[in-house]
Design a protein around this ligand. Structure first.
Ligand code: ACO
Length: 428
């Protein structure tokens, strides 16, 4: 293949270099398109064809169903690693040695206390507030309590900032949950592992001895690994875009949380369980809902189906489906919603409408079933996703800053009114 792309406009030829990624993906570098053509831009709503950056963090091939963090396959990481190790890998580029992991864990534990005044902010929210809104606000508020901006060029500074947010974020997650439940806020126990401590902070009740269930720990650890990064998705792009104006880490992460909230992104796990519940309430007839999803006059979509990038299968969905079955078996839960999910997936996977559009169950189709089995209320599902995605957002923010990327500022094709004279109020 030639390494030059040619654009012809009004008989004039412009040449643009073709770049090759380390997995042989090809992109046309149009960095100087406007300057050489005298202002021509490209139009790509939703950035379906646009590589917004160069990145060395996550590789995914949607056609082949491949997902790798820093070169390691998601299947191998989910089986052999743990969430904290994966976080280190994503943010610092390599799996940690034993010493590095111990230092990382120690520094996170040193930082997993939040200012007492954060409780006052939490107090101001109504119990009915959506936990994603609360989490986004609290994460942004961390800036006020940690105003010193991080020097990304300094490894030491960056390490400290990373440990700070990895330490404090689970506390915010747990408190968001406690607020929703109306339970007292707790700090857990620093003698526990990272995920164990999250579970204790969330589920310990003030008047009962807490018993840790290793099945729950393993399942949550796996879920967090599967959600840890997904290259330039909506929330990650948001974190990079916001950070590109040199906004601080906590504020950029808070913007990412808001982006994740939506039902077409992280909010899908909540939408899936609500859909499965509705089908159950309606007598369990999933065929009816498949017909609704196919009906172009009906806005209904099969939640948890389809993906902007995966057009073959979502490798995370396969791992999570197995994990869901394991958790439900181990906890002895017979959830009719899982039967509906199984039936719905089977039916849709053999239906021409879904087959021809490459619509497969995505990661969120099964994750809600696990969260529910773990006793996590539905509005908290997306918060759990945010907890998993945190290392990815941090890694991408750090990369963007280290690469000294310019401020994100897209162009547009203006389709509004041409210049017109101001109309006086009496004449409108
Ligand atoms: N149910 C029914 N039809 C669907 C679905 C669905 N879930 N998803 C896509 N389609 C159809 C569209 O109607 C369209 O049909 P057409 O070509 O006849 O018009 C075609 O498939 C292509 O759909 P697009 O919306 O163009 O695909 P896009 O890549 O833009 O959207 C998205 C991807 C947003 C994920 C979409 O599939 C969807 O809405 N899915 C349901 C929500 C969901 O599960 N989101 C979670 C994504 S994973 C994550 O964020 C972690």
């Amino acid at each position: 293949m030639s390494n030059i792309a040619i654009l012809e406009v009004d008989g004039k030829r412009y040449e643009f270099p073709m770049l090759k990624g380390s997995e042989n993906e090809i992109t046309i570098d149009i960095n100087n398109l406007r300057s050489v053509t005298g202002g021509i831009t490209t139009l790509d709503p939703g950035f379906k064809n646009t590589s917004s950056c160069e990145s060395a963090i996550t590789f995914l091939d949607g056609e082949k169903g491949i997902l790798r963090y820093r070169g390691y396959s998601i299947e191998e990481l989910a089986e052999k690693s743990d969430f904290l190790e994966v976080a280190y890998l994503l943010i610092f580029g390599e799996l940690p040695t034993k010493v590095q992991k111990a230092d990382f864990t120690k520094e996170i534990k040193k930082n997993n206390i939040v200012d007492e005044d954060i409780k006052k902010i939490l107090d101001g929210f109504p119990r009915s507030a959506h936990p994603m809104g609360v989490l986004s606000a609290l994460t942004s508020a961390l800036t006020a309590f940690n105003p010193k901006s991080v020097n990304v060029e300094s490894e030491k500074d960056m390490f400290k900032a990373v440990c700070k947010i990895l330490g404090k974020f689970p506390v915010l997650v747990a408190w968001t949950y406690k607020k929703e439940e109306g339970l007292p806020l707790a700090y857990g126990d620093n003698s526990l592992g990272y995920v164990e401590n999250i579970i204790k902070m969330m589920f310990e009740r003030p008047n009962e001895k807490f018993v840790m269930n290793p099945v729950v720990v393993k399942a949550l650890d796996k879920l967090l690994i599967l959600h840890a990064d997904h290259e330039q998705n909506c929330s990650t792009s948001t974190v990079r875009v916001v950070g590109s104006s040199q906004t601080g880490l906590f504020a950029s992460l808070s913007a990412g949380i808001s982006a994740l909230w939506g039902p077409l992104h992280g909010g899908a796990n909540q939408a899936v369980i609500e859909m499965l519940e509705a089908i159950k309430e309606d007598g369990g007839d999933y065929q009816k809902y498949i017909a609704k999803a196919k009906d172009k006059d009906d806005p209904f979509r099969l939640m948890g189906f389809g993906h902007r990038v995966y057009k073959n299968f979502d490798p995370r969905a396969n791992i999570i489906k197995e994990a869901a079955e394991e958790v439900l078996n181990d906890l002895g839960i017979d959830d009719p919603v899982l039967d509906i999910a199984r039936g719905l997936a089977k039916e849709a996977l053999s239906d021409e409408y879904f087959k021809s559009r490459n619509l497969y169950p995505n990661v969120d189709f099964y994750s809600g079933i696990i969260y529910r089995a773990l006793g996590i209320p539905v509005p908290m599902f997306t918060v759990m996703f945010a907890l998993g995605r945190l290392p990815g957002w941090i890694a991408q923010w750090k990369e963007m800053r280290l690469r000294k990327e310019p401020i994100s500022r897209p162009r547009q094709l203006y389709t509004g009114a041409p210049l017109r004279a101001f109309v006086e109020e009496a004449e409108r």
